[in-house]
Ligand binder design. Sequence first.
Ligand code: GLU
Length: 282
Amino acid sequence: MPRQASPPSARPYRGRFAPSPTGPLHLGSLVAALASHADARAHGGAWLVRMEDLDAQRTVVGAANQILQALPAYGLQADEPPVWQSERQALYPAAFERLLAGGHVYGCACTRREIADSVVNQRLPRYGELIYPGTCAQGLPPGRTPRAWRVRVPDASIVFDDRLAGRVEQNLAREVGDFVIKRADGQWAYQLAVVVDDAAQGVTDVVRGADLLDSTARQIHLQRLLGLPPPRYLHVPVVEAPDGAKLSKQNGAIALSLDADEIALTLARAAAHLAKVGLAGC
Ligand code: GLU
């Protein structure tokens, strides 16, 4: 399907690349960066870089700097200095308090094992993410204390138009369940931070890997509860490793080289991937 141009908006185009510094840039992450950069340039918009480094356990020392060094070497020059989520921690509590005050959030005592053992997950085995069965939605079981904090979700379809995939619908209650916005380790969850930051940075267009298509309905739900303007979305099919999974450092992605010949070759491979998935303009 051809990429839809971003429909006109009252807000000036602002796009972003938001890597998690879990390793150096590789072909897969370069494709996402290149697509968002090209889309911003095609719309005469600004392109920002945000380091999503809230998850200290997954953050790899030195990876953020490697990414920030590689991007301009690959011709991807941000229009503003990069922002770091770890330095924006003051923004997230206000959103959390607002959701709490609206009765949208509750404390949850469940462990991962308890959630995995629940009837809903036994009946509907899923790979990866578990559906939250709602055990603590009406209050904590006696004697238990909250570990994580979850936002309630509606039993109704959230519908949005992805600029490449077209119309997408997801029923969060059936497919995800109430989801975590503050984790058991006290950290703000990606879903909350990304929504708060995209709004705070005036992001109008999110262009990112299709592995995040499944997170988009959750983010739209939070935007609606917080009264934040929704960005437009374009999810780019991911580069696959030989095993068919998303290319990542776990299945052999190689760190991008800063050698000039390698840069030209890798950019050509990234552009070929974008052309193959119907994003020839990128
Ligand atoms: N930090 C996320 C990742 O590297 C991407 C977040 C986003 O683009 O919304 O997978």
